[in-house]
Design a protein around this ligand. Structure first.
Ligand code: HEC
Length: 398
């Protein structure tokens, strides 16, 4: 099944539903809460980072962020109450799930690996390969309402799931405080806004690489990591062309940026039988646009916290960072047998930036040390992002 296409066609309808619900919720009399207005959110943007772009339709408040955190972790967010958003977003794994591809609350297998959730506020587009999913609100609707596969299972069960929160006095009071003057604050639109508010605050910018680059602490990087960083930014390896900038991804957006960069690349993972095909249902941007030239086009994700987010790539098909380096050194992946056999290095759409290169064992170790230096322990262990229900433990090093 063509999941992206289905979702792409589903999202506009959901927007319509959201609009109706939002309009229905506006203009009523006060809805409860303790009566005090929400407190403006105080951004803590790391040194060297640009100001995040805020959504005028979703101003952040401390209370909204706190509500979003609860909803993000609450298993009542799924139809059978078995999964919350965070069950594919484990704090100990930098908010990924460690699986090759993820599993929905009813057991449906997702065709994609749970991608990094670090600094999503700076993403020019969300998801691996959907040029139409530009905002976090559009993205949140996918796991909530997606049907192929079912992730949280909201479709046709909105009322049932919302009623759980409306009937919970703590949630009812929080929604009323966060969305004052709304007659019916527990709505799909307001759940999405709170989730997005929380996600926007999940900013990571205190890794050793940041300390050395922006915080005047050169000693934060080992010699090996520094050599690895030089390799990463070299014209021999070319990594920085697609994973460059403050977020180690070229597809970023932030306040003041006039032309946001929505970019997708083919990095030579597949070339089934030399036809240029990727596995069915996982052909990247092609699944949305149906253009042949979009086959195998995916977003170059941020590499922040990458040492904690194995396995790698859109389908989790590379298990270790060591193997990722081998993939790039070869200039694409050779699959010798089986249904996906073919030489990705010869994919006609492979980016010209992916030339093969020689790399010594020491250089590999240096590159891996650089990847380790992209782990931001302050972010991983930050209690503001931890599970308030205590189901998902923090990383053992926290
Ligand atoms: C032409 C652009 C481009 C270049 C150059 C490039 N990458 Fe990538 N990278 C991508 C894309 C696109 C993906 C996602 C591909 C997919 O999943 O199909 C990716 C994925 C990755 C991932 C996995 C990320 C994750 O969250 O699973 C790692 C790690 C990575 N690249 C490291 C590197 C390194 C190291 C280099 C240099 C040797 C490099 N990349 C060069 C585009 C590029």
């Amino acid at each position: 099944m063509n999941r992206e296409r289905l979702l792409a066609s589903r999202v506009p309808r959901l927007h319509y539903v959201m609009l109706i619900m939002l309009l229905a919720g506006c203009g009523g009399s006060g809805g409860g809460g303790d009566g005090s207005p929400p407190t403006q959110y105080n951004w803590q943007v790391p040194p060297g980072f640009p100001t995040p772009r805020e959504d005028p339709d979703n101003p952040l408040s401390e209370e909204k962020v706190a509500l979003g955190r609860l909803l993000f972790y609450d298993r009542r967010m799924s139809i059978n109450q078995k999964m919350g958003c965070a069950d594919c977003r484990l704090p100990a794994l930098a908010f990924t799930d460690g699986r090759t591809t993820s599993e929905g609350t009813l057991g449906d297998m997702h065709p994609r690996n749970a991608m990094s959730m670090t600094n999503v506020v700076y993403n020019a587009s969300q998801n691996w390969a959907n040029p139409n999913t530009l905002t976090l609100s559009q993205q949140a609707l996918v796991p909530m309402f997606g049907e192929v596969p079912v992730e949280l299972g909201w479709t046709d069960h909105e009322d049932e799931i919302l009623a759980r929160f409306a009937a919970d006095p703590d949630y009812a009071s929080r929604f009323a405080t966060v969305y004052p003057d709304e007659e019916n604050p527990v709505s799909v639109g307001n759940v999405v806004k709170a989730l997005v508010a929380f996600e926007m605050t999940m900013i990571s910018g205190n890794a050793p690489v940041d300390k050395a680059t922006y915080q005047d602490q050169p000693e934060a990087l080992s010699d090996s990591a520094r050599r690895g960083m030089d390799l990463f930014f070299s014209e021999r390896l070319e990594c920085f062309h697609c994973h460059g900038g403050f977020n180690f991804s070229s597809a970023v957006d932030h306040d003041g940026l006039v032309f946001e960069q929505v970019e997708f690349h083919n990095n030579g993972l597949y070339n089934i039988n030399g036809t240029g095909d990727y596995p069915h249902g996982n052909q990247g941007v092609h699944d949305v646009t149906h253009k042949l030239e979009d086959r195998g086009m995916f977003k170059a994700p941020t590499l922040r916290n990458i040492a904690l987010t194995a396995p790698y790539m859109h389908d989790g098909s590379i298990e270790t960072l060591d193997a990722v380096i081998d993939h790039y050194a070869r200039g694409g992946r050779l699959i010798e047998e089986g249904p996906y056999a073919g030489d990705g290095a010869k994919h006609p759409l492979k980016s010209s930036l992916l030339a093969s290169f020689q790399i010594t064992e020491q250089e590999k170790r240096d590159l891996l040390a650089f990847f380790d230096a992209l782990t931001d322990w302050e972010f991983i262990c930050d209690p503001r992002f931890s599970d308030p229900f205590g189901n998902l433990p923090p990383h053992s090093d926290c």
